[in-house]
Ligand binder design. Structure first.
Ligand code: SF4
Length: 350
């Protein structure tokens, strides 16, 4: 849910700056405030409207093109009012932010958490203060973000770290990542979601290269080698493969879940979605290990089903992509709400 368009946090790597998102004005200075967002949401959530009921799941209050807790929120309180509205519904909420302002809304978050579940995740490119000042000029320091995670955890709220994006050659080094993971472990985050950086041609790339030239000119050639022509701004796959290998190797010491752990969603999702999410997580975890996985394709096939999986317990193998192993895993999830293979993989026990 993007309650604002544009973001004065002004992260240098932000892809909200890319032309494809059509954010108007000067990115980093101008922000569009969706002042009718509450009315629209209230209508969307009205159970009396003639529409297919929304499936149970987390509502994500984040912002791909504008942080929901950026400074303008102090004045407009759109995020606070949205949380108030959501606290009256049965939906759990996942907030993603870089701002300590989220502490202001602890009263509502606790209310949501008592009834359903509330997760607050913070994004970081690392916990290095100097690098953050360069690349995240409008954001509160990593130390303060970590302090807010501590505060929220003390209040009983589950917290994640989105280590995303790590910046090539700057925050993706073994040393910087290791320090960040140590900090995450110390603070007791419930999970880490990891990812590399994209750099789309046009405004995003030009802005990023300006700052790179000013602070890290020696990396310009390396950047040109890994960011070639990609419509989505992806780096070459060799770079991402190496990056994920480094992350996965480091994570073996810390044993922090690399996906949202099932205790946070297994009582929320409907049975088909629960199976799909676990299969997708398995797919991610196995590929991170450099292994092949049939689970992504199976998850996709299951997502096309129109009937509950429990009604076809003995016909699971008729679903495209579901072989013997996947069949057993699905049956276990339907019976117990989870899979032992998955739980062990998630905890790095395999
Ligand atoms: S906080 Fe998020 S949305 Fe805002 S500038 Fe940074 S990356 Fe972009």
């Amino acid at each position: 849910m993007n309650l604002y368009r544009g973001c004065t946090h002004n992260c240098v790597y932000c892809d909200g700056r890319a032309e494809g998102y059509y954010v108007e004005g000067e990115f980093g200075c101008d922000v569009t405030v969706k002042i009718n967002a509450l009315d629209v949401l209230r209508r969307e959530l009205d159970p009396n409207r003639k529409r297919t009921a929304m499936k149970p799941g987390y509502i994500m209050v984040g912002g791909g093109v504008g942080d929901s807790y950026q400074p303008v929120e102090e004045k407009y309180e759109l995020t606070r009012k949205t949380l108030e509205l959501l606290s009256e519904t049965k939906f759990p909420v996942h907030v993603l932010t870089k701002s300590t302002l989220v502490k202001r809304d602890i009263d509502i978050l606790k209310k949501i958490n008592e009834k359903n579940n509330a997760i607050v995740s913070f994004s970081f490119s690392s916990t290095d203060e100097t690098i953050s000042r360069i690349f995240e000029p409008g954001v509160t320091s990593p130390q303060k973000r970590l302090g807010t995670i501590s505060f929220l955890k003390d209040q009983g709220i589950s917290c994640g770290m989105f280590l995303l994006p790590v910046i090539p050659f700057i925050t993706d080094t073994k040393e910087v990542m290791e320090k960040t993971l140590q900090d995450a472990k110390e603070i007791g985050v419930d999970f880490i979601i990891f990812g590399g950086m994209t750099l789309k041609e046009g405004r995003q790339k030009e802005y990023f290269f300006d700052i790179l030239q000013r602070y890290y000119p020696k990396y310009k050639v390396e950047y040109q080698m890994i960011y070639k022509d990609s419509k989505w701004g992806d780096a070459i796959h060799e770079y991402y493969d190496q990056l994920h290998l480094t992350f996965n190797t480091l994570m073996k010491q810390y044993k922090i879940p690399k996906r949202i752990p099932p205790k946070l969603f297994k009582d929320i999702l409907c049975e088909n979605d629960l199976v799909i999410v676990i299969l997708e997580h398995l797919d991610y975890l196995l590929k991170l290990e450099g292994k092949k996985s049939p689970f992504g394709y199976a998850a996709y096939s299951l997502s096309q089903l129109k009937v509950p999986l429990s009604t076809m317990l003995y016909e699971l193998r008729t679903i495209k992509g579901v072989g013997k192993t996947t069949e057993h895993i699905i049956q276990e999830i339907l019976k117990t709400g989870t899979s032992t293979f998955y739980e062990r993989l998630l905890k790095d026990e395999i």
